[in-house]
Design a protein around this ligand. Sequence first.
Ligand code: HEM
Length: 148
Amino acid sequence: MGIDQGVWAVSLSIWRQLYAMVWLVFLQIVIILESKIPVFGPYLVYGHVFLGLVILGLAHFNNAQIKKTEAPSRLKRIAKSTATLASIQVIFGVILLANIMMPTSGILASVVEFVRLLHIMTALAIITQASSVATAYDMWEEKEYIKT
Ligand code: HEM
């Protein structure tokens, strides 16, 4: 395989990874919304934690991959901030997980409620940003912005 083919193969997979990010975050939100179901609900929380770490890795991988392309810098900036948000999301997630294992009360419980709100807001921000990068990158790669 020549160098040109190699670069093409890498860039071909980027749009897939970007769309994968959107749908994994979608699944991530759906999974946790079902976690109150009796008996297997708690397993969904563990699934959510695992998927959260996969999403974190993918967000940073996408950021690193898109950086290597000639894509518009606006897309690179959004991919970078999405990776940063994914890292922050893990911190909020760990606090929520600790609260499930050792439930808090009083003022600490209010702090955890605030963290939950931040976790939800960050989830929505991640899926919004990931969707915009995926579509815009795909269109850029397919040269759909160029009028013929
Ligand atoms: C991009 C990744 C993630 C997204 C999009 C996401 C999204 C969400 C959403 C929407 C909720 C529902 C909050 C509620 O209604 O109470 C939630 C809850 C939760 N998340 Fe995440 N999350 C992510 C990563 C993580 C990670 C990495 C962890 C753990 C390290 C984690 C731990 C939790 C826990 C424990 C809850 C349940 C809180 C509870 O029911 O008390 N999340 N997450």
